[in-house]
Design a protein around this ligand. Structure first.
Ligand SMILES: [Zn+2]
Length: 134
C-alpha cells in the first residue's frame, strides 16, 4: 500500500522522534508509510521545544536523612502532552537516605494528596517507617 504520509502527524504519533528515526521508520516497521517526506523547513514543535527546556534545580539542603523514609522529597511535573491513558502529571517521590525514587502518573493535580497519603501508608505498613520531613 502506498500513500502519502504527513510528516507532522507521524512525528506526533511516534512520540516526537528525530528526523533520523522517521527516515528509517519504513525499514523498521512493516506497515509504516514509505513516503514520509521530511520538510526542509519545519514549523517549531511545541512539545519538542518544551521537552528540551531544563528544569530549575532545587536549592541545596542542609538536612540529611539518617535512615530510610526519614526525609522524602517530591516534585509534581506537568507532562508535555497528555498520555494515551489521559495522565497529565507525574508525581515523583525521592527518599533522601536511599535515593530510591517512586513515580506516580496522575490525571489531576488534586490526585496528589491521595498518592501522598498512600505513600505514607506504604512507608508505615511495608517498612515500619514514618516520614519525618516531606
Ligand atoms: Zn515534536
Amino acid at each position: 500500500m502506498v500513500y502519502a504520509a504527513d510528516y507532522n502527524i507521524w512525528h506526533q504519533c511516534m512520540g516526537h522522534p528525530g528526523d533520523d528515526i522517521l527516515h528509517k521508520l519504513s525499514e523498521m516497521v512493516k506497515e509504516a508509510p514509505k513516503l514520509i517526506t521530511i520538510p526542509m523547513v519545519k514549523k517549531p514543535c511545541e512539545a519538542c521545544a518544551k521537552g528540551k527546556m531544563p528544569s530549575r534545580s532545587f536549592p541545596p539542603s542542609v538536612l540529611q536523612a539518617m535512615k530510610p523514609f526519614q526525609i522524602v522529597h517530591s516534585d509534581l511535573k506537568d507532562m508535555i502532552k497528555r498520555s494515551f491513558n489521559s495522565y497529565h502529571y507525574i508525581l515523583t517521590v525521592l527518599d533522601d537516605f536511599m535515593t530510591h525514587t517512586w513515580s506516580f502518573n496522575l490525571k489531576k493535580k488534586s490526585d496528589t494528596i491521595i498518592h501522598a497519603q498512600q505513600f505514607v501508608a506504604y512507608a508505615k505498613n511495608q517498612h515500619d517507617a514514618s516520614i519525618s520531613t516531606w
